[in-house]
Design a protein around this ligand. Structure first.
Ligand SMILES: CC(C)(COP(=O)(O)OP(=O)(O)OC[C@H]1O[C@@H](n2cnc3c(N)ncnc32)[C@H](O)[C@@H]1OP(=O)(O)O)[C@@H](O)C(=O)NCCC(=O)NCCS
Length: 211
């Protein structure tokens, strides 16, 4: 018994039933992103892995978006989709694995749930996934003006290693490229272990499930 509290949140792999909520979270977090990400396609992407953060004991009513394609052509087009109750998702993170480099392609927390450790929990999840997959480093791009996210990444040992000028199409803002040190190296392992246990002391432990 470690005597630590338990967070009322859990991380688990994203599934097809999560897509409507994830799309809504993406629209809220990245309102200028166009076209929106096809998470249905991303779930089939062999180099991608996505996690969602679930709020324990809270549910929302959603009306699933009807699937496009063959089923519709086969005559199920008019079948109404009924509203269902599903667990509330409060954030998500996605990684692409490319030649030993785990790239964070997206990370977001619902606005009303920010500043309570959930972005940090998702980042811990991403770093754990990358480590389990034997990746050498974790990298990402972040808007030059996104100070909050950069503070979070710096806390977890990401260093600014470059700039992609005028990277974002909406306002031509630069992207800052950030990367961890070698995940398997003693220095990063010690840093991460310390940060994770500090996080758990402050916020409690959260259940985590990976693919
Ligand atoms: C970036 C984001 C995921 C952070 O999520 P969050 O749940 O609010 O972050 P946390 O509460 O876990 O914060 C952890 C640490 O990050 C830093 N941080 C996070 N948001 C910050 C902010 N707005 N200002 C300053 N520091 C911030 C702090 O160091 C914080 O630690 P502290 O609580 O001890 O101060 C969230 O703001 C978000 O979804 N933003 C919109 C999408 C986005 O910009 N994603 C990043 C794209 S690269």
């Amino acid at each position: 018994m470690r005597g630590q509290s338990v967070m009322p949140y859990a991380l688990r792999p994203m599934g097809p039933h999560d897509l409507d909520q994830v799309a809504a979270m993406e629209r809220e977090a990245f309102p200028t992103l166009w076209p929106p990400t096809s998470y249905r396609r991303e779930l089939k992407n062999r180099i991608a892995e996505y996690l969602v953060c679930v709020r324990d004991g809270e549910f929302v009513t959603v009306t699933p978006t009807p699937r496009k394609g063959l089923l519709r052509l086969l005559g199920r087009r008019n079948k109404p989709t009924l509203p269902v109750q599903v667990p509330l998702l409060v954030g998500f993170v996605g990684l692409w694995y490319q030649a030993g480099d785990a790239h964070i392609v997206s990370i977001a927390v619902r606005e009303e749930y920010r500043r309570r450790g959930l972005g940090e929990l998702l980042l811990i999840g991403a770093l754990e996934m990358a480590t389990r997959r034997g990746q050498q480093v974790v990298t990402l791009e972040v808007r030059a003006s996104n100070d909050g996210a950069q503070t979070l990444y710096e806390k977890y040992g990401f260093a600014k290693v470059g700039l992609r000028r005028r990277y974002y199409a909406d306002n031509h803002e630069d992207a800052v490229i950030m990367t961890t040190g070698p995940l398997g190296g003693a220095a990063y392992e010690a840093l991460f272990a310390g940060l994770r246990s500090g996080f758990e002391e402050r916020h409690g432990e959260a259940a985590r499930e990976y693919l």
